[in-house]
Write a new protein. Sequence first.
Length: 158
Amino acid sequence: MATENKDLSAYDKTIIPNAKDLRFGIVVSEWNPEITEGLFKGAKAALLDCGAEESNIIRWNVPGSFELVYGCKKMVEGQKPDAVIAIGSVIKGETEHFHFVCSAATQGIKDLNVKYDTPVIFCVLTDDNMEQARARSGGIHGNKGTEAAIAAIKMSAL
């Protein structure tokens, strides 16, 4: 397990660029809201901790993780942020739907990074069960939202 010995919330603020003058878009899936709200809170807290102004953080909701790609595209085109964070949670079920949604979200976000000069950060949990998702959205492994926010700041500085 990739996160087994890693705290997703850990970062060294002394090596993170100041986010004071940066604008961030956060597109949040409404599916699995317990998880996505935890990820959003982690991302927002890290951005604020690193100097971002609350007024420079734009949040949009979309129905599910499949819709993140379109939401992020519209955010990039319409809001012109310095970075966008795509937050979602897909939990494996009994059908192949899990694989299709995960693949589409992953490839779509990759495509946005190739097409635009605005980094789109992948913060979509793809877990086998709710316990794993909770552990990565503010639980025992920290918060992937925090890690995504730090990536957004770093990528904005490129």
